[in-house]
Design a protein around this ligand. Sequence first.
Ligand code: HXC
Length: 517
Amino acid sequence: MTQAMHEDKIKRLYHIKKLSEEGGGPERISAQHSKGKLTARERISLLLDQDSFVEIDKYVIHRNDDPSTKTYFGDGVLTGFGTIDGRKVFVYVYDFTVLGGSLGEMAGKKIVKVMDHALKVGVPIIGILDSGGARIQEGVVSLDGYGDIFYRNTLASGIIPQITASIGPCAGGAVYSPAMTDFIIMVEHIGQMFVTGPEVVHEVLGQEVSFEELGGAITHASKSGVAHFVAKDEYACIDKIKKLLSYIPQNNSEFPPIVNTGDDPNRIDSALASILPENPYEQYDMKQIVKTIVDDGDFFEIHELFAENVIVGFARMGGRSIGIVANQPLYLAGALDIHSSNKAARFIRFCDCYNIPIVTLVDTPGYLPGTDQEHNGIIRHGSKLLYSYCEASVPKITCIIGKAYGGAYIAMGSKNLRADVNFAWPTAEIAVLGPEAAITIIHRRDLKKSEDLAKTKKALAKEYREKFANPYIAAEKGIIDLVIDPMETRPMIIRALDTLSTKREIHPWKKHGNINL
Ligand code: HXC
């Protein structure tokens, strides 16, 4: 009876609901599909648990000062909340079918609303970008929208995880908000990020560059470091978002979920020592060691293609989420440089924000020398690594596997940077300088006198290694807590993680530190 009475009103609702759900209309939807892209609604249904999405501001219309232009409900962005694997999230997903997903005044207000909600509720916010940037027709109010979003990104930083996926063009203002979030995932051949597009580059600089080369997924994952992950398609991108969320808590006052992985915490592996070559100049893959010690060999690597001389990523040990930071001797012999310092520092700071313990595996000959590094600011960038380890109050466990020389020994989670538990393998070489550099200084006279220089150098380096480049001098001084058999690395780290899980560290009050950006 009541239904019949209000039939017209209910019909009207379904009419505008349909219009809103059509976005830019059937033609634009098929254009989106023909570019190999899913629509905003299809993306949301992949991302969120079935039937969990509650869309808000579905009937917001764009600022329309020109009555001859078409009215679009939703204003080019879908916003709302739902769950992923049962955990609450807020989302905003740009709809390229409406005015190229450009950000107008009302779209800006919609995004700000869900960001405010996510911050109050204390849950992650996920943005999917496919946007032409500031809506040109709306002028300054669209710039206003970006400004408001940037402010929310900053407020939310360190309180709730913020994740962005670039599944389409992200131009102009559309790139800076992602850059202020914690993680960016780009889809190969579809995601593009640039402040100014190829046409402007050509006009201003006369340079010819393709979209892909300028700001494609591989460019940003390998050269600029803007993208933390590359996904081969949209489905893989959504899977990565879900996996990433599984390692992290809902907000900074919670701990990450503990997962029963079924992998025995006491599992030892006698093959571990043999991964490290006898000859310290031979290369090996540190990822093999990482995969051997973590639960089920499951290592979720971040920045896989960027600054490969350091490895960072999430894993679980004894079911607990951990952040791994490790030197990679396969690249630059594991030396630290500008990019790797930035990469590791940012990751450490993320882990520290969200109560994720840091496990550091060390094998580095030092900081990379040279004019290129010095002139581009290795002092400034390298110091960020020191700063972020010192600042981090989460449990920190370090294990020195091979070389740990000079400043890089200190930087890679040393005791002085407030690591809680420091292990070393018997193969660790902890000293001020590597043997070759050290002997040229302390044995200068012997080398000058030598008749067979190569032979003398070899003998002196051997003597130096035995005398200085081992873990026992550090262990005698308590700088290393324990020298362990490589095969017991996993159980020892897990025991330390369990014990440190209730660690609390109080810092003197300050507004915020002044990291050397
Ligand atoms: C209004 C826009 C738009 C924009 C795209 N469209 N970008 N409308 N404002 N910023 C519209 C197009 O006019 C077109 O409408 C529809 O969206 C689809 O765009 P196409 O160009 O047909 O699509 P495609 O070939 O896939 O190219 C996508 C694109 C390109 C690479 C994003 O549209 C582009 O270069 N747009 C401009 C990018 C840009 O310079 N943005 C910077 C804005 S300034 P019709 O109706 O014709 O189909 C900015 C500053 C903020 O963001 C700074 C804050 C710090």
